[in-house]
Design a protein around this ligand. Structure first.
Ligand code: GDP
Ligand code: IMO
Ligand code: MG
Length: 436
């Protein structure tokens, strides 16, 4: 296995950051291929705590980090993140490569995101307000500013003018009048671009060459399959593709280079922002999971909505990403729950349905079919050997394996790097590049 991708199998925040960090040491390059600083990936070890938004988690392990052409980049956010991790003693220099084809998030995109959410009132999507959707819209409408354009003054100005012109009309119609002028925006971009210049390359060319020479690559997925703009609970989704299909396009490498996918599933479910969530718990148990699991957004601090594990979702995510293995996180959070209900399908108008219907109004009406699994009522926090888990916890893991059809190569029992079961006896583990 030379190219592996880690993906979220729910609505984000599954613990992808932790899993990428666990694997990063085995790979030459770690790359982000979609999304932007709407992602929040946590890495914890010993007494260190990092919340990464744009930097691939591999930079913490001294690996080459690539921000690929499929990512939308807020220059200020990226610079602030580089400064923050450097201040924490992490080297960010030649090892960080930023694609000259990645699109830039402009202040107009942020304002549009905010204005639309405000205008939508109760019908808002609950976006991260980072300008992600509008930036992808500019890219799709062929009006976007890419990193390369930052270094051609005349081109940059013309592009910013065009976006400013269209955004202004839209923003005013949404009662937003405080709109920054083109000159100020271009000047701020210029300053940030100068600082980022040493990192900017054709990352597609770089990766194709490195892969040709036999290098290994770890794709760091953001968000989750149910937030995918096509496969997710549309319109309550993000604006990028979150399945393994976007790894190749988002990095500009050939799909046939992709060897394997590792799907991360939380042992229960969370969701931030609006949209249907069939197994949601709006009661004291939901509040218990939020407290015990510390379910507050890494990017926005918003309390996450919580609910039981949904294996109809898990199965769909595993199928659509072609999961070769899964990582189950936050098992420890369920230590005191008995029995543990798990969703295995739904009923809609009295009929059984095995997967989410197309329309969110139908998803909102689904009644989950819950199977009750025995709890273990014992502490699994920090357990590092599968055989040390209580039998009921092992049964919970094997139930997830059966329903998703993929082996659980990692079972995570706490937020820190050290608090992990790695099942090195599985064929998937043996196929990974060696741990140096
Ligand atoms: P990501 O967006 O998928 O990388 O996930 P986040 O970092 O946004 O959210 C996952 C949260 O769960 C973080 O606060 C992690 O530190 C924490 N976490 C990850 N794995 C475990 C685990 O096994 N147990 C517990 N208790 N916390 C975990
Ligand atoms: P990580 O990578 C959880 C959600 C937002 C909102 C919807 C659209 O940390 O798992 P956007 O700002 O992307 O237009 O918002 O998508 N969302 C996430 N939820 N984790 C994330 O990333 C998310 N990225 C976007 O909350 O509901
Ligand atoms: Mg997150």
């Amino acid at each position: 296995m030379k190219v592996l991708t880690v993906l979220g199998g729910q609505w984000g925040d599954e613990g992808k950051g932790k899993i990428v960090d666990l694997l990063a040491g085995r790979f030459d390059v770690v790359a982000r291929y979609h999304g932007g600083h709407n992602a929040g990936h946590t890495v914890k070890y010993a007494d260190r705590h990092f919340a990464l938004h744009l930097l691939p988690a591999g930079v913490l392990r001294g690996r080459t980090g690539v921000i690929g052409p499929g990512v939308v980049v807020d220059l200020g956010a990226l610079l602030a993140e580089i400064d923050a991790v450097r201040a924490a003693g992490v080297t960010v220099g030649e090892n960080l490569l930023l694609s000259d084809r990645a699109h830039v998030i402009l202040p107009y995109h942020r304002l549009l995101d905010a204005a639309r959410e405000k205008a939508a009132g109760d019908a808002k999507l609950g976006t991260t307000l980072r300008g992600i959707g509008p930036a992808y819209e500019s890219a799709a409408s062929r009006k976007g500013v890419r990193i390369a354009e930052l270094y051609r003054e005349a081109t940059l100005k013309a592009r910013v003018e065009a976006i400013a012109f269209e955004s202004k009309a839209l923003l005013e119609s949404l009662a937003m009048t405080d709109i920054p002028g083109v000159e100020a925006v271009v000047e701020a971009l210029g300053e940030a671009a100068r600082r980022l210049r040493p990192h900017v390359v054709d990352t597609g060319l770089y990766l194709r060459k490195r892969l040709g020479e036999g290098a290994t690559l770890l794709g760091e997925g953001a968000h989750g399959v149910l937030l995918d703009i096509g496969a997710g609970t549309y319109p309550f989704v993000t604006s990028s593709h979150c399945t393994s299909a976007s790894v190749a396009s988002g990095l500009q490498i050939a799909p046939k280079q992709l060897d394997a996918s590792l799907l991360v599933l939380k042992a229960y479910t969370t969701r931030v922002g609006s949209g249907p969530f069939p197994t949601e718990l709006s009661d004291a148990t939901g509040e218990y999971l939020r407290k015990r699991g510390n379910e507050y957004g890494t990017s926005t601090g918003r309390p996450r909505r919580t609910g039981w594990l949904d294996l109809a979702v898990g199965r769909f995510a595993a199928d659509v990403t072609g999961a070769d293995a899964i990582a189950i996180t936050k098992l420890d959070v369920l230590d005191d729950i008995d029995p543990i209900p798990v969703c295995v399908g739904y009923r809609l108008d009295g009929k059984l349905v095995e997967t989410l219907p197309a329309l969110v109004e139908d998803v909102a009406r689904l009644e989950p079919v819950l199977e009750k699994l025995p709890g273990w009522k014992a502490k699994t926090t920090s357990v590092t050997r599968f055989s040390d888990l209580p039998p009921a916890a092992r049964r919970y893991v094997s139930f997830i394996e059966e329903k998703t059809g993929a082996p659980a190569v990692f079972v995570s029992t706490g937020p820190r790097r050290e608090e992990t079961i790695f099942r090195d006896d599985l064929p998937f583990a043996a196929a990974l590049p060696a741990d140096p």
